[in-house]
Design a protein around this ligand. Structure first.
Ligand code: CUA
Length: 189
């Protein structure tokens, strides 16, 4: 009787070890597959004065063309929306996202890519990426930020580089939420 208990305990110890190993393997596989990396940009900002002065004033939000090869996208994540709510970027171009929050912790995630970062008030989250081809991506808030959380999302529109330049190249800051209302209406249907 005593021996059988020991045997079964040993068996269960192996089962538990197997489960732990499996979970760990899933984490490693997922991290490698999505090239996940911890956010490394520790940059502080005064969350209470974002709208008054500095990099994140309203007129500076959206996509800034830095050169033919790179753009910077500045976004505010606030309860319960992203500003701008529709982000437009050129494909096959270096994209630097700079995101911050005036209120609580939000999450910044672009579906179908490895872009995923927490957005903390008082800090600027910076994520560098490159979209290989044109297409639309959803950008939901992925950090619970209170009652309106599930309705907080934006979209990212990746345009072929020439098309981006034709449509938005002349604007100091681009976003598709400022595009003609007819196209917004047709997208909504
Ligand atoms: Cu913002 Cu959840």
């Amino acid at each position: 009787m005593v021996e059988r208990t020991e045997e079964s305990e040993r068996r269960w110890a192996w089962v538990v070890a197997g489960v732990i190993f499996f979970v760990f393997a899933v984490i490693v596989y997922d991290g490698v597959r999505w090239a996940a990396q911890p956010p490394s940009n520790v940059e502080t900002i005064d969350a209470g004065r974002l709208h008054l002065a500095g990099e994140f004033v309203e007129t500076n939000l959206g996509t800034e063309v830095v050169s033919d090869e790179s753009v910077v996208v500045r976004v505010i994540a606030e309860q319960y929306s992203f500003v701008p709510s529709c982000i437009v970027v050129p494909a096959d171009t270096k994209v630097v996202f700079r995101v911050t929050s005036p209120d609580v912790v939000h999450g910044f995630l672009i579906a179908g890519t490895n872009v995923n970062s927490m957005v903390l008030p008082g800090f600027v989250a910076e994520v560098r990426t490159r979209f290989e081809r044109p297409g639309d991506h959803l950008m939901p808030c992925q950090e619970y930020c209170s009652v309106g959380h599930q309705g907080m999302w934006a979209r990212v529109k990746v345009l072929e580089r020439g098309e981006f330049t034709r449509s938005y190249g002349s604007r100091p800051r681009a976003s598709c939420s400022m595009a003609a209302s007819s196209s917004t209406a047709s997208r909504a249907t």
